[in-house]
Design a binder for this molecule. Structure first.
Ligand SMILES: [Zn+2]
Length: 319
């Protein structure tokens, strides 16, 4: 039976259930945190995260994909501690998150040596854990576009994908149509684009752009529900409703892109955003009812929350 790797070890595809495909648990800069007291208390934050994960499970979600990779403060032993104390499955990622330069460790190395590290996470297990493995690859392209460092990461991710058969999920700036450039590089690397989730596509209502991504076969991440930037709640809902109407329900996944702890904004701002809907239970409490009210069927919601994530996360053979 097919299995998916999680921070608690492999689970069956069926056990994934309702899955949020783009979330984070802790976003904390390790070097800043080691050198300054920025208010990250390990024990307190782990305990809070366990509470959040349990609330999410109680709200009907069974799994999240934590796309926190190098560049965002990935530390999987901490995720494994959380995972050990909740029934919610946490799929962890490998990859690099940068909008321009690569981490300087990789500065003089080629994409293949970066891909080598990703493959270790996927096939040998992640350092400091008792054999937790990565279930997905992550990379990013933002407003600046395919900077040389970004291109190196995209190619490294593509090559690790082809070697291992685990899927790819991306960050994009949707406004500048960055997903199309990602697809082009993946195409050059021989990637099957149906194994790719183009993230933050739900930030856009440029249907021409979205339909180009869909025509190439990729999944769209409608994955920033609760964040009223750059578009608002009603618009985010409307894009999903319209794409369902146009027959693309089989190519969308849902998520919030939220976190239990994030050090990239002032705590007061994070608290305000969380209170306004940017939290883990917003899809369960607000998004699903709004979609149903606008004519999306329960079947279609199950497709986006259960069937599509299972399809994406099922590991294929390398090629
Ligand atoms: Zn994210």
């Amino acid at each position: 039976m097919a299995t998916v790797e999680t921070a608690r070890g492999p689970v069956t595809i069926e056990a994934l259930g309702r899955t949020l495909m783009h979330e984070h648990v802790f976003i904390v800069h390790p070097e800043i945190n080691q050198n300054y007291d920025v208010g990250f208390d390990e024990e307190r934050e782990v305990a809070k995260a366990v509470e959040r994960m349990n609330e999410l499970k109680a709200a009907g979600i069974d799994s999240i994909v934590d796309l926190t990779v190098i560049g965002l403060g990935r530390f999987i032993p901490r995720i494994a501690r959380v995972a050990a104390q909740t029934e919610l499955n946490i799929v962890v990622a490998t990859g690099v998150y940068t909008f321009d330069e690569v981490p300087h460790h990789h500065l003089f190395n080629d994409p293949d040596s970066m891909a080598e590290l990703f493959c270790r996470d996927i096939d040998e297990g992640i350092l400091g854990t008792s054999n937790v493995r990565a279930g997905i690859l992550k990379c990013a392209t933002d407003v600046k576009g395919v900077m040389p460092g970004v291109e190196k990461v995209l190619r490294a991710v593509a090559r690790a994908h082809r070697r291992t058969g685990i899927p790819i999920s991306t960050h994009t700036d949707a406004d500048t149509r960055r997903g199309l450039e990602q697809q082009q590089i993946f195409r050059e690397e021989g990637v099957d684009l149906s194994r790719v989730v183009i993230g933050h596509s739900g930030d856009s209502f440029d249907f021409d752009y979205l339909e180009q991504l869909l025509a190439a076969g990729s999944f769209l991440g409608m994955d920033r529900f609760g964040l009223n930037w750059p578009i608002k709640f009603d618009q985010r809902i409307e894009v999903v409703v319209e794409l369902c109407r146009r027959g693309y329900v089989d190519q969308m996944v849902l998520s919030h892109d939220t976190s239990c702890y994030i050090d990239q904004m002032a705590p007061a701002l994070v608290a305000k955003l969380n209170a306004r809907g940017w939290n883990y239970t917003h899809i369960s409490n607000d998004v699903i009812p709004a979609l149903l009210e606008r004519g999306v069927t329960q079947d279609q919601i199950d497709t986006m929350l259960v069937t599509n994530p299972a399809k994406v996360l099922t590991r294929t053979a390398g090629y």
